[in-house]
Design a protein. Structure first.
Lengths: 188, 188
DNA sequence: ACCTGAACACCGTTCAAGT
DNA sequence: ACCTGAACACCGTTCAAGT
């Protein structure tokens, strides 16, 4: 069976419009949040009607996958540039999440469609965490911990007077092998 | 100013219908997920039309707050009954999340409307965590870590072959003051 | 006090038809 | 190859009207 090499080319000729749409979608999402990201509004931004978008994306989910890929790429860049220790990674992770709240929740808040994602994107984002944490189990736990604290912070789940810098520091300490010994408190 | 005692009564006479609606909504949510929870379908379950629901709830958000309160109550019960150590709490938390995936994400995945929540519900769920973790910063970090790992697990974000029991164990170890010393791996 | 039908302003998506 | 209008099956919500 000769499948040719067409499936291997990443960007074909008529992809310009598609990328234009992804860029406009990203802008809509980052500026006005998830509820603003509708096929009709996106079409409006491009000067076309909603049904035309279905020539470029099979459905809305495919558009969101493109945005997720962008989010994972940005997170990968962020973590690679961070100081290679637990404190450095958590600080970088938190900053990126707070600076891109809507892209952050779209990127992390739904199932990962691994088959539809550009290959390597997930691995690249995970690599610095794995390197610093040492083994995959601790890496997954630490990643999840940072995700949990970031998403609770973004969702405004903590009391207004909560000291979140301290909570982030406690999280980093918990996963740092060289953390200072924690004295067990006296039980009176 | 005499405000009377009416505001203090928790359940008034005509609340039966409302509680019936909350129970039906919970069933809809747990069985068929968030997308199944619509005002029209809920009304259908009760044998009425959607507009009638607005005599019992100002809007859909208020219905969801009632479900969140139920979720927080159940989590409080679960954590209070758990063995009072880090491993016991995380195991209980994970089990409850996996057994109630849809109620879990509704309860934890949106902003906390503290003013509309029955008082004490949040505090009761947090109390066992605070007791075991010792201080509020570590408590928030550990809570967030468990939330992060539970929600990533529920969303299917890990590779199919990932050992999530080990990830949960690593998380518990990180927050356990009496954890065994972690040898730093040789860098060859 | 509770419920209704009709309507409004939205969704995602399909499809025959146009260029 | 790309875009269109019209339509379908949904949403949450409002409101005048019925009992």
């Amino acid at each position: 069976m000769d499948t040719g090499c067409a499936t291997a080319t990443v960007t074909s000729v008529g992809e310009a419009r598609r990328e234009q749409a992804v860029a406009a979608a990203l802008e809509l999402l980052e500026q006005d949040g998830e509820t603003a990201l509708t096929m009709r509004r996106l079409a409006g931004q491009l000067g076309i009607r909603a049904p035309s978008l279905y020539k470029h994306f099979p459905n809305k989910a495919a558009l969101e996958v493109a945005l997720m890929a962008e989010g994972l790429r940005q997170m990968g860049d962020t973590l690679e540039a961070a100081p290679p220790d637990v404190a450095g990674l958590t600080r970088a992770y938190r900053s990126w999440a707070l600076e891109h709240p809507h892209l952050y929740s779209l990127t992390t808040g739904r199932p990962l469609p691994r088959d539809e994602l550009p290959s390597g994107v997930e691995e690249r984002a995970a690599a610095p965490v794995l390197r610093v944490l040492g083994d995959e189990h601790r890496a997954r736990a630490a990643w999840a911990a940072a995700h949990g604290l970031a998403s609770l912070e973004l969702a405004g789940r903590f009391p207004p007077d909560a000291d979140l810098d301290a909570a982030w520091a406690a999280l980093a300490t918990a996963f740092d092998r060289r953390r200072p010994a924690q004295p067990v408190r006296e039980t009176r």
